[in-house]
Design a protein around this ligand. Structure first.
Ligand code: NAD
Length: 301
């Protein structure tokens, strides 16, 4: 069945996700502040519109993919809630803090909407391929409808629990990701110093117990994984600034919950340094060049 989808936020992730909704035959009204993003969405079969209000006015489903909590709170409280039909399903796929997710869920519920926090895992390649994993926080009876709406973009959709639980699952997942990427980069830098070919090391580790997503999908040394950002000077992919944001969310949540996360804290400190040196726009696997002492080979941005 064709749905009218309003898609807000067409960046590295949202661009591919909106394209997959259009490819599945949905009518996608797409909005972003960036004209280049709107042009890409139009080329992918979406209908670019001039405002959030225009996108959501007759939507069955509203999907947002925005940078961080303040953007999500502002767009929902000022531009979506009240402007979309109250029958519309509201799905925020951005990665944000649990408290803001619960606040937006409360505002949506008070206005009569079904809402879910539905952050994703998988990166830009999975966004383009329609193979993301979704971690959903929602009221239980809404889940079947949410899963169906996410289907064109997803390989797996999990209900993590009530509102906020999707974001909790996501920040725990990304703390693992930050730690494993840093571990992978340290090992690659060490292997190089020990005279090992980092490409040969990939062949070995990918089939050994050091294997992880950071190795097999995003190997930080160019060559072994041709689609990894390391092959394009760490351009695109998952920006180090976004990883830092997620590590800060994890540390904030850990402090509130009284959880001990010393490796998460150390990983946050190292990504803070990498960002502070001017590399927040590079893919997060570019932190390898900091550990190798080769930042002069990495373009800032
Ligand atoms: P991005 O910066 O590429 O895209 C965000 C888009 O939102 C931009 O195009 C921006 O113009 C738009 N935007 C900002 N404010 C807006 C507003 N008020 N109205 C309309 N559009 C607005 O970021 P991204 O990499 O696509 O990430 C989006 C979210 O997904 C983040 O929360 C990130 O943490 C999460 N995420 C990213 C990845 C990844 O690999 N990039 C993976 C998983 C999750």
């Amino acid at each position: 069945m064709t749905h009218k989808i309003a898609f807000i936020g067409l960046g590295n992730m949202g661009g591919g996700m909106a394209a997959n909704q259009a490819k599945a035959g949905q009518q996608v009204a797409a909005f972003d502040l960036s004209q280049a993003a709107l042009d890409r969405a139009a080329a992918a079969g979406c209908t670019p519109v001039a405002s959030v209000a225009e996108a959501v006015k007759d939507a069955d489903v509203v999907i947002t993919m925005l940078p961080a909590g303040p953007h999500v709170l502002k767009v929902y409280s000022e531009q979506i809630i009240g402007a979309a039909p109250s029958t519309a399903l509201l799905l925020d796929c951005s990665t944000i803090d649990v408290d803001t997710a619960r606040k937006v869920a409360g505002l949506a519920r008070d206005a009569g909407y079904a809402f879910a926090d539905a952050p994703v895992s998988g990166g830009t390649m999975a966004a383009d391929a329609g193979t993301l994993a979704f971690m959903v926080g929602c009221d239980e009876p809404d889940f079947a409808r949410i899963e169906a709406a996410l289907e064109p973009m997803s390989r797996a959709t999990f209900r993590a629990g009530d509102h906020g639980a999707g974001q909790a699952a996501k920040i725990c997942n990304n703390m693992i990701l930050g730690i494993t990427m840093l571990g992978t980069c340290e090992a690659v830098a060490l292997a190089e110093k020990l005279g090992l070919d980092p490409a040969k090391m990939f062949d070995i580790v990918a089939k050994s117990s050091g294997q992880s997503w950071s190795v097999t999908t995003y190997y930080p040394w160019p060559g072994p994984v041709p689609t990894a950002p390391s092959n394009r000077n760490y351009d695109g992919g998952f920006a180090a600034a976004m990883m830092l944001k997620d590590l800060k969310l994890a540390q904030g949540a850990a402090a509130k919950a009284g959880a001990s996360t010393p490796l998460g804290a150390q990983t946050e400190a190292l990504f803070q340094m990498f960002n502070g040196l001017g590399y927040g726009g590079r893919d997060f696997s570019g932190i390898l060049q900091m550990l190798r002492g080769k930042l002069d080979e990495l373009e800032k941005g």
